[in-house]
Design a protein around this ligand. Structure first.
Ligand code: ZN
Length: 240
């Protein structure tokens, strides 16, 4: 059994298609979504429809939450406010209902999924180092947990102390705990523009990160055609 574990799609339809095709090629028969289906890019409804169609476990991301609220945009910087208003206007009530109903933390088989952190899942803190990871590990009751939110793939391993590993693949060992960031499908920020997701191979007890080139020019053109900020198109190519 193989799980394709993906998140931070951020309305990037081309990247999502590419990831799902790759997952099928690798023999993944289960899907898990780590949240932030919408926000930033130009195909929120199309991405929502695909994720809903997979009928898989999904947790809520901060952009999924924001997109459903009617809060004022005044406190945000003008770029973020513009993009968020665009996303809110693009969604239908049925999309908002579906996003609003998502849980912050879920257990799937023998592992946990969360968008940001297990210590304050609705506080949307960022795990960027082993100290942040330690706080999350205190609330992790399965040996394996997947998360996203930083848009940077990373393996945090707890065996007494905590280590942060920027590797492509890891073999799971009993007695250790793993908090694994699958990276971002639709807006990677680790300097590598390629879409990122994880494959959890249950039989082999391994987790691998895969990076995939996709049709970024189309995604960028859609951002421009939608009148979204140009910066959202240029950052995609820079991977940040
Ligand atoms: Zn995100």
């Amino acid at each position: 059994m193989k799980y394709a574990i993906f998140g931070d799609i951020h309305a990037n339809l081309e990247a999502l298609h590419t990831v799902l095709e790759d997952a099928a090629t690798r023999g993944c028969d289960q899907y898990v979504c780590l949240g932030d289906v919408v926000g930033y890019n130009a195909n929120p409804r199309e991405c929502l429809e695909i994720v809903r169609g997979l009928d898989c476990p999904v947790v809520k991301g901060n952009h999924d939450e924001e997109a459903c609220l009617n809060t004022s945009l005044e406190c945000l910087n003008p770029l973020a406010a513009h993009a968020l208003k665009w996303t809110r206007d693009a969604l239908e009530q049925s999309d908002r209902d579906w996003l609003s109903a998502l849980k912050l933390v879920r257990q799937v088989r023998d592992f946990t999924i969360v968008h940001a952190t297990l210590d304050t899942p609705g506080g949307w803190g960022y795990v960027t180092n082993k100290f942040d990871a330690m706080a999350s590990f205190s609330y992790q009751f399965t040996s394996l947990c997947f998360h996203g939110h930083t848009h940077t793939p990373r393996f945090y391993v707890k065996h007494g102390s905590v280590e942060a590993l920027a590797v492509d693949e890891i073999h799971l060992e009993t007695g250790k705990k793993y908090f694994i960031n699958a990276g971002s499908v639709g807006q990677p920020r680790d300097g590598d523009w390629r879409a990122s997701y994880a494959v959890y191979d249950v039989d082999n007890q391994s987790v691998a990160i895969h990076r995939l080139e996709y049709d970024i020019e189309t995604t960028q053109q859609k951002i421009r055609d939608a009148g979204l900020p140009e910066m959202l198109a240029t950052r995609l190519a820079a991977g940040k």
